[in-house]
Design a protein around this ligand. Structure first.
Ligand code: GDP
Ligand code: MG
Ligand code: ZN
Length: 289
């Protein structure tokens, strides 16, 4: 590299394989950039080295990554985050299995996780939604209730100091929430869309927004499934931290809490010490990760 080709670093605001919108360090307008070669793949949250000034020369090693995998294909969702916010809603009904899957992935990424129940103004469906989340609460997973259309305030404080990845099925209120949290979201979505061209990729990639000097949120496309292909039963069990205190008393040290004899996790579920639904979800995921 000649001395006139100075490199600079930036953060990927939206990434699509080899192309990305990059926010340069030190401010300035986002830059539409392309990776120098096909071996470099970028995703929202990546730290990238810019050259020329619209060529991505390299990607810094990722602290963590949120990815789902069907086995044949692994899809990166976001990188370098500290928190995962799982959005559910009173209506339409959400999948508790999807929540459990994302919690496994968040745990593997070493990020903290927060479940948000949105649309709590829909009082007729509130009790049912709370009941579906009760096993998660009982497992020690935090659940925050909001009505994003009225007030996203209760969540705002929980985002402070974090880069949070917002995930959820479509219809849960992600767009509503992002508009409430990011005052100029529409303008910035427009910027990203212009860069991408007419609607291309608009629903297939995550976008990173700054909330304040210390906080960012990554909006992700609506999920309908979250494959965990390649994870062992043991790795999946790590996403069920409420099993751990009991697992030490299973007869077999490598017990997978499926059909092994004298499984203490199974016994704890029967005794009501572990939510039965959580054990069911664990077994479903292990059977078809
Ligand atoms: N009643 C109610 N409806 C909401 C709330 N938040 C979002 N919605 C509605 O739920 C629908 C789906 O919201 P949207 O933000 O598009 O969901 P997304 O698919 O997750 O992006 C829209 O009709 C929203 O107006 C809320 O707090 N209360
Ligand atoms: Mg949306
Ligand atoms: Zn066991």
């Amino acid at each position: 590299m000649s001395s006139s080709e100075r490199s600079a670093w930036g953060t990927v605001v939206a990434g699509f394989g080899r192309t990305a919108l990059v926010r340069p360090d030190g401010g300035g307008a986002p830059v539409a950039a392309r990776t120098a070669n096909r071996r470099i793949q970028v995703v929202a949250g990546d730290r990238v080295e810019l050259r020329a000034p619209d060529v991505i020369a390299s990607v810094a090693p990722r602290r963590n990554v949120l990815a789902r995998s069907s086995g044949a294909r692994t899809k990166l969702i976001a990188a370098n985050f500290s928190q995962v916010v799982l959005l559910a809603a009173c209506e339409p009904a959400f999948s508790d299995e999807l929540l459990a899957r994302v919690l496994v992935a968040a745990r593997r990424a070493g990020a903290c996780a927060l479940v948000v129940l949105n649309k709590v103004d829909l009082v007729e469906t509130l009790a049912q939604a709370r009941a579906r989340l009760a096993p998660f609460r009982a497992a020690g997973i935090e659940v925050l209730e909001i009505a994003a259309r009225r007030d996203a305030g209760p969540l705002r404080a929980r985002l402070s100091g974090h880069r949070s990845v917002l995930v959820g099925e479509s219809g849960m209120g992600k767009s509503t929430l992002v508009r409430a949290l990011v005052p100029d979201a529409e303008v910035r979505i427009g910027e990203i869309s212009r860069f991408l061209g007419t609607g291309r990729h608009t629903t297939t990639a995550a976008r990173l927004y700054a909330l304040d000097a210390r906080s960012e949120i990554v909006d992700t496309p609506g999920l309908s499934e979250f494959g965990l292909a390649g994870l062992s039963a043991h790795e999946i069990a790590e996403g069920f931290p409420e099993f751990a205190p009991h697992a030490a008393r299973c007869r077999y040290r490598d017990c997978r809490h499926l059909a092994e004899p004298d499984c203490a996790v199974q016994a704890a579920a029967q005794a009501g010490l572990v939510p039965l639904r959580r054990l069911e979800l664990y077994r479903r995921i292990v059977a078809a990760p």
